[in-house]
Design a protein around this ligand. Sequence first.
Ligand SMILES: Nc1nc2c(ncn2[C@@H]2O[C@H](COP(=O)(O)OP(=O)(O)OP(=O)(O)O)[C@@H](O)[C@H]2O)c(=O)[nH]1
Ligand SMILES: [Mg+2]
Length: 474
Amino acid sequence: MSQSVSLQPQQCDPIAAVATPVGVGALAIVRISGKGVHELADRVFRKVNGGGPSLATSPGYTAHFGRLYDGDELVDEVIALVFRAPLSFTAEDMVEFTCHGGPVVVRQVLKLLLDNGCRLAEAGEFTRRAFLNGRIDLLQAEAIGEMIHARSESAYRTAVTQMKGDLSEKLGDLREQLLRSCALIELELDFSEEDVEFQSREELSAQIDTLRREVDKLVDSYQHGRLLSEGVATVIAGRPNAGKSTLLNTLLGQERAIVSHMPGTTRDYIEECFIYDKTMFRLTDTAGLRETGEEIEHEGIRRSRMKMAEADLILYLFDIATDKLEEEIADIRELRQTHPNARFIAVANKIDRIESSEALTEKVQQETSAEVIGISALDGKGIDFLKQRMGSLVKDLNKLHEASVLITSLRHYEALRNAADALQNAEELITRESETELIAFELRSALDYVGEITGKVVNEEILNTIFSRFCIGK
Ligand SMILES: Nc1nc2c(ncn2[C@@H]2O[C@H](COP(=O)(O)OP(=O)(O)OP(=O)(O)O)[C@@H](O)[C@H]2O)c(=O)[nH]1
Ligand SMILES: [Mg+2]
């Protein structure tokens, strides 16, 4: 099981990193954090016009205009921002140098700080220190990472809510209730010789049941949370020449995939992101599905099927003017059965090729009970409606979870599922009138799993996995 990590505020060895992206810009920020960074900064920083206190004697939250020198050689003109522990991002002493934004300048500033006693920070080390010093909990640290990497407004919004601490608060409440149940039952263990019950088993069982429902709600929100943060995995599938690549290009508004009248044009799948109504869709154009003896095409089709198996949404495209409509209907039926977890839209393409498409789309809808939308990927007819329907699939899920906070990370999802299992075990043990030790063990496990999420109980391995995903300087 996990072990606790010390959460005592502490000042670790001085680290330095560039906090802004690599490249040319007006300004860049190089920051240093840890024990003795103010004195260290004073060795290379001289105020313009002299005078005033050194950085080491300046109060926190003060800005100082000056120059950085390597010996007598000027490196850059900068603003130094002084932070004093614990009132800084890492809760340690910090200095942020705002320097000029060229890649060479920034490298020279960083080198100067490294030469004068700093070590180059590891990925996420600043945020890791903020967590270890109790400035933020693990959920908030992860939210910062997710916010930085957000590619759609929905992903960004979800991360902001998490950073604000809504989920932390919710889990904190859960943990507190669990602790109370745990404490009472563990008290019974201490008095085991006297055979006392501090709380009736019915009461305990009812409490655990309420808690489990709360945990289950969070577990269920993962499906939606994941779609918002990672984007909706959307696969465009169908027979060769159905117009899949044309649809991809139309949705993206650019000629991304090769389109041709030759069946079997797309061999390997193509992935691109597309944002609609603040939600990101990860579109995958796939190789057309058909029997083939050709080796490369065969591999392409294997990959199409693999992508469909991972899809949140399948857009199955077919040519409405085909003379093989019955075969398409059979395929749609089969695909819906073999992919019960994916949302499914049957897209009748090339409606420009026939006079009226309604009767045919109706027929497909009736015989497959799939949602059917008629479009022309070529001239754009019906595309807006298709986009709206794609958006509303996500909105439907939205309504389900309107009030509650969302789980967006697999790590949280797994921990909560384990917690729910442990609570269920505890309930079963109570029903079977099992020994107090066993019930207490399950409750304690549930408590640990919930604690793992916010970092109340955590091990080095989890921390390494989380913070290695950050960039250096964050
Ligand atoms: N009339 C008409 N032709 C279309 C439409 N959409 C695609 N096409 C044509 O259909 C042909 C095949 O289009 P693609 O987009 O390459 O089809 P695909 O499904 O990607 O085909 P594969 O990659 O071979 O599986 C091209 O000649 C397109 O111009 C449409 O809405 N109307
Ligand atoms: Mg194609």
